[in-house]
Design a protein around this ligand. Structure first.
Ligand SMILES: CC(C)(COP(=O)(O)OP(=O)(O)OC[C@H]1O[C@@H](n2cnc3c(N)ncnc32)[C@H](O)[C@@H]1OP(=O)(O)O)[C@@H](O)C(=O)NCCC(=O)NCCS
Length: 173
């Protein structure tokens, strides 16, 4: 069943609710790189501030509960020669709400914002662990392309090391 959440820009007023969302998403291994105890208010606050300052942050709200059930953000590096790049992209959807179309709604909103409101942005970068095949095929369906393979870069949920896959979306003219 697909739900129709409210889609809004994230603000600093949402930091506590985004923290709660990320704690929940990080409790399931194999998705976010950070573990639950690495999701701190400082981490959330830093990316919210950076995304507001030099990128995009969008949230999905279930209006029946007012809970933030999804979030996506990315931001610039602050380095002039990379002014056309948004990176550090992370998306997280509440496990109870995954598979209902929220991730796609958030991502499409982010890409449409870049296409229509940020003509200076030519490239959006992300990295996904190789075993997160659901996320990788999702990103490919949105126009992201694999750009290589970073061997043994990330620890697997099951132990051992696995490849990280750098991917990018590039503006079409
Ligand atoms: C990856 C994630 C953001 C996707 O969000 P979502 O709301 O579950 O995704 P959607 O329901 O919009 O589905 C998007 C696509 O993902 C795929 N997908 C969704 N659920 C799936 C499942 N259970 N199995 C396989 N593919 C699935 C489908 O390709 C779907 O495309 P469709 O719209 O054509 O059906 C979400 O699962 C999540 O937060 N995962 C944990 C954190 C994470 O992995 N973040 C990314 C780190 S790189």
């Amino acid at each position: 069943m697909y739900i129709n959440p409210a889609i809004k820009n994230g603000t600093t007023a949402h930091i506590a609710a985004i923290y709660t969302l990320y704690q929940k998403v990080a409790s399931i291994k194999g998705g976010l790189a950070r573990t639950k105890n690495e999701i701190t208010t400082e981490y959330i606050s830093l990316f919210v501030h950076k995304s507001i300052q030099s990128g995009i942050i969008i949230i999905a709200v279930d209006e029946t509960t007012s809970a933030i059930v999804g979030e996506i953000h990315c931001y610039g590096s602050g380095i002039g020669v990379f002014a056309q790049v948004l990176g550090e992209l992370t998306i997280a959807v509440d496990p109870d709400y995954q598979g209902k179309g929220i991730g796609r709604i958030l991502f499409k909103k982010l890409l449409n914002t870049v296409i229509n409101e940020k003509p200076e942005i030519i490239r959006i970068e992300l990295i996904a662990r190789e075993s997160n095949t659901k996320a990788i095929s999702f990103y490919e369906s949105l126009g992201f392309k694999k750009e290589g393979r970073l061997e043994k870069r990330i620890q697997s949920a099951s132990g051992g090391l696995e490849a990280d896959i750098p991917m990018a979306w590039i503006r079409k003219y």
